[in-house]
Design a protein around this ligand. Structure first.
Ligand SMILES: NC(=O)c1ccc[n+]([C@@H]2O[C@H](COP(=O)([O-])OP(=O)(O)OC[C@H]3O[C@@H](n4cnc5c(N)ncnc54)[C@H](OP(=O)(O)O)[C@@H]3O)[C@@H](O)[C@H]2O)c1
Length: 288
């Protein structure tokens, strides 16, 4: 039987409508600052989209486009200014940064209360400890999709392929918090196909085009494909594919996210959701 496709675009649109309504009801306007260093074309597209959607939900967008040769100190000073600016509730430094800059140090300079990408050690620690913080956007988006499709995840075996701080690790923490039994796989994992075949929920966050084949998937499993890989087809035109071999998987899985149109649209929606959460917390903290 063909898998039911998980429509991330439609789900994200519903999320954005909810955020817009909530922003309109606030007595203040949340603000998101996005910092872009250099000329990376993909990052420029992401930043443009983020700024457009920030304004569309009624928030203020502060864009900082900096020259690729900015120094570590100058960039850190900008982050500190944004930390101190009461109109800015969320700060996102677009990654990757140019090689001469130390991204870890810059992320560490962001006030955890404004870290809407959820990348500071403080927010990673809060997530691991099961305490409220700010959760990385793509993992949060994956969880919202999973809960929408499956409801209660208790007792399900989730296999997460990929262990990055940005995607794999936070997704595993979120699944664990929802009472899944979680297995994490990575490039050194032995017999990956058999491991995947045991998953009720299979999350692929690898960055290897169509690594996960149809016969690695348990019939009826829910498959979340985080991967975004650009490949060139037989016609020499480039297209985006995920980490899952979609045409094979759709005959086996119960539910499946397409690429594009699955997890991708959820990321910006969750960034704005995090900005709203951060703004409300900051406002509550000072409004006594
Ligand atoms: N949809 C979105 O909005 C969104 C957001 C972020 C990322 N992404 C996409 O998600 C993918 C993963 O991103 P990332 O930042 O997590 O990537 P990453 O930092 O490169 O991490 C990749 C992970 O995959 C593992 N891996 C690599 N080859 C493997 C193999 N053959 N078998 C099993 N595991 C393997 C690596 O294992 P080791 O740790 O052992 O090296 C690593 O843990 C990329 O395609 C990225 O573009 C999408």
């Amino acid at each position: 039987m063909a898998a039911q496709l998980i429509d991330g675009k439609a789900f994200a649109a519903r999320q954005l409508a909810g955020i817009t309504a909530e922003v309109a009801s606030l007595p203040f306007q949340p603000g998101l600052a996005v910092v872009l260093v250099g000329e990376d074309p993909a990052s420029q597209v992401y930043v443009r989209n983020k700024a457009r959607q920030t304004v569309q939900v009624g928030m203020r967008s502060f864009e900082h486009r900096l020259s690729g040769d900015i120094s570590q100190d100058e960039l850190r000073r900008l982050v500190q200014q944004l930390n101190a600016d009461p109109a800015v509730h969320g700060i996102l430094v677009q990654l990757p940064l140019p090689k001469h800059l130390d991204a870890e140090q810059i992320i560490a300079a962001i006030d955890p209360a404004k870290d809407v990408d959820g990348l500071t050690i403080t927010n990673a620690g809060l997530l691991a400890a099961g305490q409220p913080g700010l959760v990385p956007c793509t993992p949060l988006g994956c969880m919202l999709l999973l809960e929408d499709v499956l409801g209660d995840l208790t007792g399900l075996h989730a296999v997460v392929v990929g262990r990055s701080n940005l995607v794999g690790k936070p997704i595993a923490q979120l699944l664990l918090a929802q009472n899944c039994t979680v297995t994490m796989a990575h490039s050194r994992t032995r017999n990956l196909p058999a491991l995947c075949r045991d998953a009720d929920i299979l999350v692929a966050a690898v960055g290897r085009a169509e690594l996960i084949k149809g016969d690695w998937i348990k019939p009826g499993a829910t498959v979340i494909d985080v991967g975004i890989n650009r490949v060139s087809g037989a016609d020499q035109k480039s297209r985006l594919v995920g980490d899952v071999a979609f045409e094979e998987a759709k005959n086996v899985a119960g539910h499946l996210t397409p690429v594009p149109g699955g997890v991708g649209p959820m990321t910006i929606a969750c960034l704005l959701r995090n900005t709203l959460t951060a703004a409300k917390r900051q406002h509550d903290r000072f409004d006594v």
